[in-house]
Structures are given as C-alpha cells and as structure tokens.
Design a protein around this ligand. Structure first.
Ligand code: GDP
Length: 368
C-alpha cells in the first residue's frame, strides 16, 4: 500500500490532523491485512461516493473502500539537514514515503506558539524546502563521491548519462527549486529513484486555517500567498482545511456534523478532498467489483492494463486472465447491473492490452 507522510514545522497541527484522520477515516484493519499500524502510521479510507452508489445498486452486504497509509512525521526544524532537532531520523522517515503532504499553518492565535515567532506560511514552506533540498544535495554529493571511487568499468555510456542527470538535479536544487517542480522523463526518474531524493516526491500543500476562516477557501490572504508560491508548478496541489474542526467532527453525531459545517459556511471539512488529492498525487486509480456479497474499490496505478488490475485481486487472476467485462461507473449507475448492461449492449469485453480507466466496474474472466 502506498504511503503519504505529513510534514511541517512543529505546532502547525500535524498530530491533530493525523489523529483526527485516523479516527474519522479509519480503515477496518481486517480488510488490509498487510499493513503495519503503529502510533504514527495509520490506514485511512479514501472516501468515494461511487462505491456507496454501487453497493446500493447491488444490495451488497459490505463495502470495502480503497485505502492509503498515512504517516505523521514529526521533527522538522530549520537545520534538520545538519542534524538539528530529530534531523536525520526525520529525513529517513520522508525517504520511506511515496508522497509528501506539507501541512502549513495559516491559523493565527497567540495561544499556540509558532517556532519562528510569527505566522507566515510562505516562509515556513521555504524553510522546509531548504532543508529537503540541502539533504538532496548531500545525497547527490555522496553518490558522486562513490562513483569517483567506483571501478573503472562504471565509466560506460549509462553512467555518463546518469552523471548528467545528477548534474541537472544539482543545478535545480542550487536554484532553490524542489526537484518535483521540473519535468523529468520516465527514464530519468527511474535512474534517480535509488537515491530516494526527498524533493523528487510529489507534494501536496495543505493550508491549516482557523475553523471560522474555512469558508474563505483560497481567498484567505495567507492561503493566497501559498497559491502564488506554487503557481506554475506541475505535480503539486493545494488544499484548504482546518485540523481543529477535523478533530471536533468525530465527537458530533452524524446529523449534527452537517449542520455544524453549514454554520461554518462549508459543504465539507476539506479532509475528504485532502485524501482524494493525495490518492491522485500518488498516481493511483480505482476500479470496482460489485455483487451481493461486497462492493469493493481496488487500487491500481495510472496506466495499468487489465491483467495487472486483475492481479491486484489475486495473482491467479493475472496469470489466467482471459478478458475483462467492464463498464464505466456512469453506465453502471444508469443501467444498474451487469445483466442489464449486457442486454443494452453496453457491456464491453476488453482484452489484455486494455488500460483500465478510473471508475471502471469490472468482472474478470480467467482460467484457473
Ligand atoms: P504538530 O506539532 O504539528 O504535530 O502540532 P499539533 O497537532 O500538536 O498542534 C499544536 C498545537 O496547535 C496544539 O495545541 C493544537 O491544539 C493547536 N492546533 C492545531 N491545529 C489547530 C487549528 O487549526 N487551530 C488552532 N487554533 N489551533 C490548532
């Protein structure tokens, strides 16, 4: 299962958000047997109204949503790359995640101390970017050192290509930009992957605003500053939320939640959007299986073909793959069941080269 890590300066609300999410969106552990859950690692469900609708159509006994792992990564302070604070330990935790959620403080309020003395999300992001960039520069330098000392046979075309890409990465970092903000070919990404560069990971910026300011959304002046900083950068997203509100919502009855959100002038708390955006950022897509026993969302990577998608259910399905009978969610929503889709001539039969689309509802045919 892919992992996203929540990072940010101390006191920006990371633990509050992590605890709230792992409570309000907690995935049933029995459905995800291979996940380790520790105090700072949790599995959260990806909210998806399509799953609810399909389960309704099939009168399923249970629904199993897609899920991702979230990690609360504490300990980043200015100087972390030099070993300040939890320093290296913190950086090692980021190396292990597939995407980074930067939580930035946009709530004011003198009662909560800010490590840098004032609330300034753009400065905070820059502090973090600098630490991550310095760590990446150190990684690249170490690698160059290793290559210099390496055996002569390494001096082939491949390694000179790699050196060129490492130079490119170093230049970008020296310009002060995170690596993910620049276009990389799949080949370059693959070659640099073993170095686990921190600023290469896709990133999402979550602005933590005061509850009563949630309704301003992106118009909040502090959020505007963050939006401007991110302008023109591919591969990054911005979400506005209130971690304090998120911590309060699970204490309310479901019917009270909606009216409380209404009094704040918002339709949802922002956290559903955060999880969905993280899922997308991780390059993940969902297809569904549905029946009386269960309706389930399965996670695949963008670009996966039908046999690989079948393999997510069981490796035998991939090996014995014959065909995928499928329809889009919208068509299933319209026709209601596989037999009715078939009758209407709307059920597609796809072969092994079919690239599964997000929202496909599928029944696999396979040899066992
Ligand atoms: P972390 O160090 O980033 O993990 O921050 P915490 O989640 O421990 O929060 C630090 C302090 O800020 C705690 O006292 C929280 O109650 C408070 N806090 C977190 N989020 C909010 C918020 O949205 N609004 C306000 N006013 N306080 C918050």
């Amino acid at each position: 299962m892919l992992r996203a890590g929540i990072v940010g300066l101390p006191n920006v609300g990371k633990s509050t958000l992590f605890n709230a999410l792992t409570r309000s969106h907690k995935a049933e552990a029995a459905n995800y047997p291979f996940c380790t859950i520790t105090p700072n690692v949790g599995v959260v469900e990806v909210p998806d109204p399509r799953l609810v609708r399909l389960a309704e159509l099939s009168r399923s006994q249970r629904r199993i949503p897609a899920a991702i792992e979230l990690v609360d990564i504490a300990g980043l302070v200015a100087g972390a790359s030099q070993g300040e604070g939890l320093g290296n330990q913190f950086l090692a935790h980021i190396r292990e995640v597939d995407a980074v959620i930067h939580l930035v403080r946009c709530f004011t309020g003198a009662e909560v101390h800010h490590v840098a003395g004032s609330v300034d999300p753009v400065r905070d992001i820059e502090i973090i970017h600098t630490e991550l960039a310095l760590a990446d520069l150190a990684t690249l330098e170490r690698q160059r050192e290793k290559n210099r000392k390496g055996p002569q046979s390494r001096a082939d075309a491949r390694s000179s290509l790699l050196s060129g890409w490492m130079e490119k990465a170093t230049e970008i970092l020296n310009r002060g930009a995170p690596l993910f903000s620049v276009g990389w070919t799949a080949e370059e990404k693959e070659a640099l992957r073993p170095f686990h560069l921190l600023t290469m990971k896709p990133a999402l910026y979550a602005c933590n605003v005061a509850e009563e300011e949630l309704c301003q959304g992106i118009q909040n002046p502090l959020v505007q500053g963050v939006a401007q900083l991110l302008e023109g950068r591919s591969d990054s997203e911005l979400v506005v939320l209130s971690s304090q509100l998120e911590a309060e919502l699970p204490n309310l009855l479901p019917e009270e939640r909606q009216s409380y959100l209404q009094t704040l002038g918002v339709a949802e708390s922002g956290v559903d959007g955060l999880i969905r955006a993280t899922y997308r950022l991780l390059g993940l897509r969902t297809y569904f299986t549905t029946g009386e026993k269960e309706t389930r969302a399965w996670t695949i990577r963008a670009g996966d073909r039908a046999p690989q998608a079948a393999g997510v259910i069981h490796t035998d399905f991939e090996r014995g793959f014959i065909a995928a009978e499928c329809a889009s969610f919208e068509e299933m929503d319209r026709f209601g069941s596989f037999p009715r889709l078939r009758e209407a001539g709307k059920l597609r039969v796809e072969g092994k080269d079919y690239v599964v689309a997000d929202g496909d509802v599928i029944e696999f045919r396979f040899n066992v």
